[in-house]
Design a protein around this ligand. Sequence first.
Ligand SMILES: *Cc1c(COP(=O)(O)O)cnc(C)c1O
Length: 386
Amino acid sequence: MSKFIPYGKQHIDEFDIQEVIQVLKSDFITQGPKVKELEEQLAEYCGAKYAVVFNSGTSALHAAYFSVGLSKNDTFITSPMTFAATSNAGLFLDAKPIFCDIEEDTGNINVKLIESKITSKTKLIVPIHYAGHPCDMEKIKEIADKYGLFIVEDACHALGAKYKDSKIGSCKYSDMTVFSFHPVKHITTGEGGAVLTNREDLYEKLLMFRNHGITKNSKKFINNPDGEWYYEMQFLGYNYRMTDIQAALGISQLKKLAEFIKKRREIVKIYNKAFKDNPYFDTPVEKDYAYHSYHLYSIRLKDSYKDRKKEIFQLLRKKGLGVQVHYIPVYLHPYYRELGYKKGECPVAEEFYKREISLPIYPTMTKQDVNFAIETVFGIFKEVTG
Ligand SMILES: *Cc1c(COP(=O)(O)O)cnc(C)c1O
């Protein structure tokens, strides 16, 4: 078979496998000690007080929005340069996403435009750290504080990234931060996600939401307990639990996160050097307030190439580079169009979409793979230039 390099890929080693096998042989394969252990380690790693893990990043977003009370008649401000889950999770609660346009270099929400989107119905701002480049959180927090809004960071791309001196997930500038552990993300549990927070009240809501709205904490009971077996369901939650099998994998993966980020940043260094000042596309930026975790290496075609993206993308795939596009602006999907969102709402995001291609980047990508990617990219641009 000829060479094919995907845009992203998990790295599971023998140690990970042994950790999972141990849980399979133990008494608890779900709701045992591993979930708690992963939560404690995530909280410690990020520098937040609490972490609650979920069975996906999507359910983690749903739980976070629920916990701040997002509901019918509320709106929340987010950007369209993300996976549909970010805004879908608000639709689950009958709230309305308001899409704010992005910065053309980072792909992150344009902080200067946020205030123009705020109305009396706005409850929440959801910045996405696109590709792993943190948003300018201090400025977003200033706006949220001025209008009394909550902030939930969609950090599904940004585990291991830093904003100024604080790790993403510390929640220094937000109420909650959400991660995903899907296999293309920085660490994986197969499917999985987490919410980090410093607030005890939100932490308790998250725990209950994950388990049908049930509490076993007698201090929280509304009614008098009937006996030792008693528990109470106090609101409508879901089964969004992570298994101990997954949590064991997560714990093992988290030990390697620093190494994973280091590898990604080494690949970026090679890419950046090779692609410096090239005539075909712009390379990722890293602002002075950001320590980028490079979930994606996202390039943007220059003017003379943006109309040929379809052809360039096809050629890259054909030559063995598993390139991807992140993202189709969410509101352009048929489901959102039917809800009334219109083309042209976020022109910078639409332009970004026309130009963006994600090149392969993952921790086990070898120097040869990186060089193959570089040669292939240059070869194709020379081909289309003629
Ligand atoms: C991956 C991702 C999600 C959803 O995570 P799942 O674990 O796949 O449910 C949400 N937002 C962004 C930006 C993502 O990249």
